[in-house]
Write a protein that binds this ligand. Structure first.
Ligand SMILES: Cc1cc2nc3c(=O)[nH]c(=O)nc-3n(C[C@H](O)[C@H](O)[C@H](O)COP(=O)(O)OP(=O)(O)OC[C@H]3O[C@@H](n4cnc5c(N)ncnc54)[C@H](O)[C@@H]3O)c2cc1C
Length: 455
């Protein structure tokens, strides 16, 4: 600790118990293995991070990187009391090259702040995790975060052109450039995206920006059967119209948001779809009407949001789902599995069967356009027996996703909570490769040890 303070200066290393305790949590809603770290470090520039890693590598100190701590799988949580949490909240500088439509961004920049800034310049940074108002670019890159708009625009990975990171022994790696085409060598940039802090510390990213779409329009579709939702999604996605978002809420999700902050969603339906199209003003009106007619021809009731305000109310309802579910029960396991779209019509009723088998309250919502569903099991935390049933049900949910060639996670990452399931998805050979990659960047296993890959 003395070495760290010497290297970085006292103001950047906190050993206060209060701070150490506060930085030992993230937003993971279930109990996880967690320790109070030895210190919390607040680097202010790239050089601080280099010095920090040099000391930690010399002294074998585990390093737990942290953005805003909004992760849901324990990614930013320290698991070793000898370790240090590295909070990037003071590294918030960014600059935009408007002519080149790129930006250089430090990891602690809050995604929303960055998005608002570039939108004033007529540019657009699409990745929109629901946590965008507080989560950071660094955390989004480490988790390869996504949200509703990623259906049309792709997830964080699509917008990272290059990175600067500090890896083993304080060595610095810089990849990519502010260019759109680059096929030189292995794609280390993309490998770093989604690596959950296990390969090194990101200190800067070069991001791609695109022109801001001038207009958007929203429609609400109401369903009496879950199977029809799956069919409707396939119909829309093969109609020649590419929605900018296609979000799903089942009946319990609708009830939960209506009880939390009512916006007038009908509570007597089995499910709803929120559909957004964007583009030039004239095109969006026409396209949203076309989607409406297509769904009506399937017997689905459709409402078009008459104004921006109405549309924004609907999207707020969708974004309120996280806290709304918190009101239903004291415990929640929220998984974010992915199915190929064509299997949704079969998979949705099967998910309901799992909930019935374990006699659990289950709420499903999510980015159904890309097959990414948030499956939530809600239970009473004080009831250990019910919690165990929820854990068993989760195993079956992952088995179901993998049996349909899907994924155990489309957004939240693996962290601590999904390690066992990552092995299921990768198989022995794939898992060996993951371990090998980790060791090339971090032979002492000091960067976020115990997360994602078990060495
Ligand atoms: C209400 C709510 C809604 C959410 N909705 C979504 C959603 O729609 N889509 C989605 O994808 N996620 C969602 N999340 C999860 C979470 O917000 C994302 O994973 C987000 O990207 C985490 O960002 P963060 O800044 O909070 O990072 P943290 O949680 O602090 O860290 C996340 C991971 O990044 C690593 N990390 C952070 N900074 C660095 C760095 N500089 N270098 C190396 N590693 C680093 C950490 O070690 C950790 O492994 C949601 C969370 C909440 C609470």
């Amino acid at each position: 600790m003395d070495k760290l303070i010497d290297a970085l200066g006292k103001g950047k290393v906190s050993t206060s118990l209060a701070e150490r305790k506060l930085y030992s949590y993230d937003a993971t809603p279930i109990p996880i293995e967690r320790e109070v770290p030895g210190a919390v470090v607040f680097p202010e520039k790239h050089e601080d991070v280099v010095k920090l890693v040099e000391v930690c590598y010399e002294e074998n100190i585990p390093i737990f990187p942290r953005g805003a701590g909004s992760g849901l799988t324990g990614g930013a949580v320290p698991t070793d009391r000898k370790g240090v949490v590295v909070s990037f909240e003071r590294m918030t500088h960014f600059s935009v090259d408007v002519d080149n439509a790129t930006a250089e961004v430090e990891p602690g920049v809050v995604t929303y702040d960055f998005q608002r800034y570039v939108e004033k310049l007529g540019l657009f940074y699409p990745p929109d995790p629901s946590s965008f108002k507080y989560s950071t670019i660094g955390g989004n890159i480490a988790e390869n975060a996504g949200g509703p708009r990623c259906l049309k625009y792709g997830v964080t990975r699509e917008y990272v052109l290059g990175i600067e990171a500090v890896i083993k022994e304080g060595k610095v790696i810089r990849t990519g450039n502010p260019i759109l085409k680059d096929v030189a060598g292995y794609d280390i940039t993309k490998l770093f995206v989604g690596s959950e802090g296990t390969l090194g510390l990101l200190t800067r990213a070069t991001l791609k920006l695109i022109p801001k779409p001038p207009a958007r329009a929203t429609a609400l579709a109401l369903f009496d059967s879950l199977e029809d939702v799956g069919k409707a999604v396939t119909k829309i996605m093969t109609s020649g119209i590419f929605p900018s978002a296609l979000e799903f809420m089942d009946r319990d999700a609708i009830r939960a948001v209506e009880e939390y902050k009512p916006v007038g969603l009908p509570k007597d339906v089995e499910a709803l779809l929120l559909i957004e199209v964007d583009g030039p003003q004239s095109a969006v009106k026409e396209q949203v009407n076309q989607v409406g007619s297509l769904l009506e021809s399937m017997g689905v009731r459709v409402r078009l949001a008459p104004s921006e305000e109405e549309a924004s109310k609907l999207w707020t309802a969708r974004k309120n789902l996280g806290p709304a579910l918190g009101n239903l029960r004291t415990g929640k396991i929220n998984e974010d599995i992915v199915f190929p779209r064509t299997y949704l019509a079969q998979a949705l009723p099967k998910l309901r069967e799992i909930a019935r088998k374990y006699d659990l309250l289950m709420v499903i919502f999510g980015h159904i356009g890309d097959g990414n569903l948030h499956v939530n099991f809600l239970y009473d935390k004080a009831n250990r027996e019910e919690e165990e049933r929820a854990e068993k049900a989760v195993d079956e949910v992952f088995e179901l996703a993998l049996s349909y060639h899907g994924s155990i996670t489309g957004e939240h990452g693996v962290g601590l909570t999904k390690k066992k399931f990552l092995k299921w998805q990768f198989g022995d050979t794939g898992y060996e490769l993951l371990k090998g990659i980790k060791l090339i960047f971090d032979p002492k296993n000091l960067f976020n040890p115990g997360k994602m890959v078990e060495l």
